[in-house]
Design a protein around this ligand. Structure first.
Ligand SMILES: [Zn+2]
Length: 192
């Protein structure tokens, strides 16, 4: 991948990583969240091909490493907002769902329902790839039914984001269903 970077005034352009011909145009939008937080949405777009990447950067000072835990008990909790940075692990133990951190993990900003929808899509794709006779198929169908219940607010579950780098967070609809546990940056042990 070439690192060709060209500076012009205050904005800069670089060569598209996909087609390697077009120039990437960068646009920034500031987005105000209802709770007075701000997000910076950065859009990278190629002038030639269909390359498009959106990054969302929180402009708040919540950078402490820690574990955010949200108990989803009713429909309103599904509207709690989630921001996950690539250094975070996201987990729903009741549904055996997990997203691990990694260099290619996406930033994302969504709500709890949006996360379940992403999981549902992935699990459905997995289900469709299984043979009718595969014993795992029944298990996966049960999981999908549980996910539907969870999305309708009929099944309580826990959403955990563990971020050793900091920067991820949950904006809960019901504050009493939410807690944040700090992680010791050296020990990575739970501390309250
Ligand atoms: Zn391109």
């Amino acid at each position: 991948m070439s690192d060709e970077t060209r500076y012009s005034n205050e904005s800069y352009e670089f060569r598209c990583p996909k087609c390697k011909e077009g120039l990437i145009q960068i646009s920034q939008t500031e987005y105000d969240l209802p709770d007075e937080d701000k997000m910076l949405i950065i859009k990278l777009e190629c002038s030639k091909c269909d390359f498009l990447k959106t990054d969302i950067i929180p402009m708040t000072a919540r950078t402490e490493p820690g574990r955010s835990i949200l108990k989803v008990k009713e429909e309103a909790d599904l509207r709690s907002k989630i921001y996950r940075s690539p250094s975070a692990k996201l987990e729903v133990p009741e549904l055996e769902l997990m997203v691990n951190p990694g260099p290619y993990a996406d930033f994302y900003f969504t709500n709890v329902e949006g996360i379940l929808l992403r999981f549902e899509k992935a699990v459905t794709t997995y289900k469709n790839s299984l043979n009718e006779t595969d014993p795992k198929k029944k298990e996966v169908i049960t999981l999908l039914n549980d996910m539907k219940k969870a999305m309708n607010g009929q099944m309580p579950f826990t959403l955990i984001i563990e971020d050793t780098g900091g920067g991820s967070y949950i904006i809960p609809e019901n504050k009493q269903n939410y807690k944040f546990l700090k992680l010791d940056p050296n020990m990575m042990n739970e501390k309250n």
